[in-house]
Design a protein around this ligand. Sequence first.
Ligand code: ZN
Length: 260
Amino acid sequence: MLALTMQSGTFLWSGSDPDSLASLAKKRARTILCLDPSMPPDASKQKPTLNELNPCEICDSCVRFNTGHHVDFTDYTEILETEGYKITHFRQLRESLGHSGYSGNNRKVIYIPYLEELNPSCGNALLKMLEEPNENWFFVLTTLQEMRVLPTILSRCLISRLRPTKSDASLHPDLADALQDFFGSTKNPRALLDLFQENPELRPAILLKLKDTLIQYAEHQNKGSFALVRTLESLIDAEGLMKVNVNARSLLLDIVATWP
Ligand SMILES: [Zn+2]
């Protein structure tokens, strides 16, 4: 079994296309449960992150997953569609927290889509589970409206934000240069931006590298908006960039992601 490098067992995909969100969340679930996940040929790290791994699609676990019969995969889609999220669902789930998976690698994956549909009590019940880390439990979550998700939940997730794909021509040349420079690659800058967005651990480094360009951009886009520029500066200067206020961080990442 490959050793997985994980900062967190909680993954969230945020975007506007429910099908893409579901597909990515389920692929991650399959990878977590897969008995023999594979690395793409160009991955070079000795300890791959989950982002770099793919499910093998042929092991017993993958086959069960793909036929909809994986005992260690809990999918809340149907519950949401039939009853809506209720506090009892989360109480029941919490009671089973700590039980290992029944099959394969003993992991369990809980898939909760449309987090924006959680009322505050359900959100808090979920948060309590996220606060009790268990090495065998993984949450894969999606949302169409990140602003409606409790910030305390967001702060516990590795978030991948999906953006509508834009043409390469729309990427600001300074940002394209900075991305290629950062990754030491002449790859398509849009693909590098996707890589950046999907790998939260890269963000502090690249944001530091982009500091001057970002601030220039903010000044240009928001003439007179000193608050935005100061926020950017303090965010970028803050030690441990990933620990700063989640809303301010989203703002900064949005600027990068929607750079014209
Ligand atoms: Zn597999």
